[in-house]
Design a binder for this molecule. Structure first.
Ligand SMILES: [Zn+2]
Length: 292
């Protein structure tokens, strides 16, 4: 299937070995019904360290401020750099998420440095992130276009504008390592395909939640849920999404994103979406969220 071929090179040896090591979790995820899974989860938690008062670590959210260092990203009509807007909003979102006490939050870059796209993905995988959110404010050729939009990975771009965005984003990376290309054995291939399937539906859900949440606060692009072959969304095992918080090519969007109160608003909308996503995945209960 074309979609699977598309992502084959992102299934690393590390991922597969990790999944084999955690074989029970993988079989559980794919072969058991949600009800059985929930019961199993509760049983193992009751018997495990939770019972003795040590809680499992909070899920890790990896925020990915786009660009950085020698790569400024898009430059706005009045000279604002996308890389600065992305980092400032990511910091704001990190603070808002951490305030709940429900998540661990890390950034793929915490200062103005260049980080290759593959390294961003690799970092999320190495740290065991439950969710990957890339944050951008790119430029479009049509300067009248404004609004937020949300992107997931797909073989085929949803539209020409998105295809161009993905090309531009992917060209930021000239330092990527060659991917691991050994053909995995059949079992590994099936396993990898199942992991990808789960990741794809998780990505689709976070995109949907983000669109709903951002739409309450911000102008949105028409058809704001879009997809294309973004390099930075290629973690085969982590639900990943890219948010264009607005476009530097539009004077109104640029002016808004320069303002801290506006970035706070954007971050708050994204935070609500993250809350909603974790609630829907069953990784968190309403009680936990309202306690946090
Ligand atoms: Zn960007």
């Amino acid at each position: 299937m074309a979609t699977d071929d598309f992502m084959d090179d992102t299934i690393s040896r590390r991922l597969l070995l990790g999944r084999f090591a955690a074989a029970t979790a993988v079989t559980g995820t794919f072969l058991l019904s949600p009800a059985v899974l929930a019961a199993t989860k509760h049983r193992s938690e009751a018997a495990g360290p939770t019972h003795r008062g040590t809680r499992p670590p909070a899920p890790l959210v990896m925020l990915d401020p786009g660009h950085g260092g020698k790569d400024p990203g898009a430059i706005g009509v009045s000279g604002t750099y996308e890389k600065h807007v992305a980092l400032a909003t990511a910091r704001e979102l990190k603070a808002q998420l951490e305030k709940t006490g429900l998540y661990r939050v890390e950034l793929t870059r915490t200062r103005d440095v260049f980080v290759p796209l593959n390294d961003r993905v690799a970092r999320a995988q190495k740290r065991g992130a439950a969710l990957f959110v890339s944050m951008h404010a790119d430029a479009l050729n049509d300067h009248s276009v404004r609004g937020a939009s949300v992107y997931t990975l797909a073989n085929q771009a949803s539209d020409a504008q998105t295809a161009m965005l993905a090309t531009r984003e992917n060209s930021a990376d000239r330092f990527g390592d060659p991917s691991f290309r050994d053909a995995p054995p059949d079992v590994a291939r099936i396993l990898a395909s199942l992991v990808r399937q789960e990741t794809r539906s998780g990505s689709a859900r976070i995109a949907h939640t983000l669109v709903g949440s951002l739409d309450r606060e911000l102008p949105m692009l028409p058809n704001p849920a879009r997809h294309a072959g973004f390099q930075v969304l290629k973690a085969a095992d982590i639900p990943s999404v890219l948010v264009e918080m607005g476009f530097m090519s539009n004077p109104k969007d640029e002016a808004a994103l320069r303002q801290a109160p506006h970035r706070k608003l954007v971050a708050a909308a994204m935070k609500r979406a993250v809350d909603g996503w974790f609630l829907a995945t069953g990784r968190m209960s309403v009680a936990e969220q309202s306690a946090g």
